[in-house]
Design a binder for this molecule. Sequence first.
Ligand SMILES: Cc1ncc(COP(=O)(O)O)c(C=O)c1O
Length: 332
Amino acid sequence: MIDLRSDTVTRPTPAMRQAMAEAEVGDDVYGEDPTVNALEAEVADLLGQEAALFVPSGTLGNQLGIRLLVPPGKELICDTVAHIVRAELGSAAVLGGITFRTWRAERGLLDVDEIAELITPDAGPHMVSTAAVAVENTHNFGGGTVQPAASVDALRALARDEGFALHLDGARLWNAHVATGVPLRDLAAGFDTVSVCLSKGLGAPVGSVLASSSARVAEARVWRKRYGAGMRQAGILAAAGRYALAHHVDRLADDHARAGRLAEALDVDPSTVDTNIVAFDVPDAPAVAAAAREQGVLISVLSPRRARLVTHLDVDDDAIDQAIKALQPLAA
Ligand SMILES: Cc1ncc(COP(=O)(O)O)c(C=O)c1O
């Protein structure tokens, strides 16, 4: 099977497993795991933030980040298909008492004019006050899109002027960095909390990191334990993340090139493919996915008429050639 459903399906490479086996470890709930501490310091530095916290999943990174920014009963604004509102099972409401309003985003892209219309930072005693806006970069269900720098700049300025906070869901910020050449710290600048994943394109089996100010990270550490995600000898997992940062960032360019090849072969507008995700319309996405499976290719269904292909560490050029052969007649 050629698995193009997601970049989360990768298996750790032999070299990554070796790094995990050799990791120096300690009890991370005591703050004594040297590999976790090194990973947290490294990611904080890469993102230009004061501190960082290793967490098991991107969902937890997002949820800890937004609960630090949005008190119960206030609102978070994001787009209608942001992972944080569509794919985290209502966690912000269930665990954080957070309400949402959303803007409808073309390909997941920021629409700062619409955000400016939506926000009500200080809504008084009758209406819900906006505490924060969440941005996803790259945008998963939007098709791996990179948020345009000018839009992010405009949003930063709006947040400063209107006094609301900014959360960045940077599960695939590495892809945005490689696609644009913009340093990670510039992509993360101006965001109050930033969540990045090691288990997507970077190919680690587990792990995300939430970065922010030292004070917020200290608070997030308390909530992480409260949510039951304090981990002990987690250096075994953090070692995979450190290995991924050292060896798997630059190679994302290969995933992007392969996504470009898929798009070209399937007649998808290349301007809609910024990184490693190809999202495209078909008359019947579940039927196409079922037929693709028969041909040995796994793909995702985003909606009844939209399908998604994701390139990653475990699909090479030959696999892309085979996938193209199988998918071309189905996507036509
Ligand atoms: C944009 C985005 N944010 C957050 C997550 C959540 O990550 P996890 O599956 O590790 O909870 C995902 C997962 O695919 C994602 O695509």
